[in-house]
Structures are given as C-alpha cells and as structure tokens.
Design a protein around this ligand. Structure first.
Ligand code: SIN
Length: 284
C-alpha cells in the first residue's frame, strides 16, 4: 500500500495512510512523512499495532530523543517514554495525570525548547461509543501569518519569559495536587526567555511562541501591557480556524511540532475511566 497524506483541517494536521509503525520504514516513505510533518505541523498515524520499541525507533528517525529523569514520571519502562495517564497503582499515579491541562508547547521553559513530541494511545476512555479525552492542536505559524501587519511589526523582536512555575500555579489553582510539572521542577531548568516570534528551524516560517500555560511576561513592556498582549496573542492562536481536534483510537500515534503547534488535552472523563498514553519527545 503506498504511503499517502490526507489533510485533516485547513491549517493543521494530516493523516499518513499506508504506514505500519511495527515494520521498518523505507527512506522514501519516511521522506513523505517528514515533508507532511513540515507542511502540517501535526501528523496522525493509525491502524498499526506497535509497542514502545517501535514508537522509539520511529521517533528517532526525526532526531535525538529526550531521556527523562526517573523521579519525574512514575511507571515508566524506558527513559525515552513519558507516561501520561490518570491511572493509579498503589495509590500513586503511574504517569503525568495533568499533562495538557492548558494550551502549551512542550518545554518552553528550557533554554533549548523541545523538538517534536509523539503520543501513542494505549487506553482511551469511551462513553456511548465515543472516545473521550480528545487533544486539541493549534497552528502557531498560521496564527502569526493571520495577524495584522501593525501587530506583527510590534511583536517581531520582543522576548517573553516562559516559566514552569506558571504551569504549576495554574494547575494548583484548578485544584490539581502534586502536578507532574511540580515533580519535574526540582530536576529541570525553571524558566527561559524566548522570542515571541520564533523562526521555525526547518520551514523558516514565523511562529508565535507565547502560551497560556507557560508565558508570564513580555520583556520591555509595562505589566498591564504585557498581560494584555499575552492574552491577545494566546487567544488568537487557538481560534477555530487554526485548529484540529484529535479523537483518539487505541494505537494512534500523533506527532506534533512544538514550535509550529500548541496543544491542550480534554479532561471530560471520570477518574474511573482509564486513559493511558506514552509520549516520546525530541531534544530541541
Ligand atoms: C501532553 O500535553 O503532552 C499530553 C496531551 C494529551 O494527553 O492529550
């Protein structure tokens, strides 16, 4: 079966058809995948049965993987696999139970923000035949392109602070205790300053790099002006025209670009409905 690319929404997301993640992928097929990823910022691969080794092997085709520190993610089997789950064993979450509560990209509080992430669905909560726990994605390059010229001129060259502490504070304000981010906070860099407009290293497109989940301040502006600009930009990025929502099936792999896309999970399932995802993340 040939490998083909089917766009999923006007500005973001494509499904790659004809790819078996459990089998070796020929260079010419991988080139189709790589191009689709550059063009669509989020790719969906479904229909193959695969394990952590296949997941890691596929992710490595894009570059070097981040290895996580043991205390940051209980229940892990391989240091390349970050577990996202609401499942508890021995009264402890087996992974990050609050990942994706707010719009964000992965790792903007690091000097070298993360490269792409790839999430594999192992257990998906269901209700009345419909999957719960969708993940929303928004294209930050398309959002930048659509800004008025005057706003582009204003923000080009501005820099913003992105902080892990904001992520922890937002979660705790929503009543989530012992967040995954808080677990990581003793072992990771806490805060980094990045351009509000990042140029994508591969596509050369300009991408908005402020998020509700992590951005605390735009440098050089008064506090009220900084807050208002963060609000304006973060609300703009997630407008429906820049978005794709993924409804999960078991054994879906969804890979997203952490410069050209932001994401947010939906917490519409009960504690008794199991959701288990394994994630790989590339170094920036
Ligand atoms: C994440 O933010 O990495 C996880 C998203 C999800 O669980 O849908």
């Amino acid at each position: 079966m040939p490998v083909t690319v089917k766009p999923l929404a006007p500005n973001i997301g494509a499904e790659i058809e004809g790819l078996d993640l459990a089998a070796p992928i020929a260079d010419e097929d991988f080139e189709i995948v790589r191009r689709a990823f550059c063009d669509h910022a989020v790719i969906v691969i479904r229909g193959s049965r695969f394990d952590d080794d296949d997941h890691i092997r596929f992710s490595r085709r894009f570059g070097e993987l981040k290895k996580l520190k043991v205390e940051a993610y209980l229940g892990q089997r391989r240091p390349e696999i970050f577990v996202v789950s609401n499942i508890k064993e021995n009264d402890q979450y087996i992974g990050a139970h609050d990942a994706g509560m707010f719009w964000h990209s992965d790792g903007p509080f690091l000097k070298q923000p993360h490269g792409p992430s790839a999430l594999h669905a192992l257990e998906v909560p269901m209700q009345d035949g419909r999957p719960l726990g969708d993940t929303h994605f928004a294209n930050t390059a398309a959002a930048y392109d659509a800004l008025p010229q005057a706003l582009k001129a204003k923000i080009d060259g501005l820099r913003a602070v992105n902080s892990l502490a904001r992520r922890v504070e937002l979660a705790e304000r929503s009543g989530v205790k012992g967040t995954a981010a808080a677990k990581q906070s003793s072992t990771q860099e806490q805060e980094a300053v990045h351009q509000v407009v990042r140029v994508h290293p591969e596509t050369g497109r300009k991408c908005l790099f402020v998020s509700d989940g992590y951005t605390t301040q735009i440098l050089g502006l008064l506090e009220a002006e900084s807050k208002a600009l963060i609000k304006e930009l973060t609300e703009h990025i997630v407008k429906p025209e820049f978005r794709y929502t993924h409804q999960w099936q078991v054994d879906d792999l969804v890979m997203w670009d952490n410069c050209a896309a932001q994401h947010k999970a939906t917490f519409d399932y009960k504690a008794t409905q199991r959701r288990l995802m394994h994630r790989t993340t590339l170094l920036g």
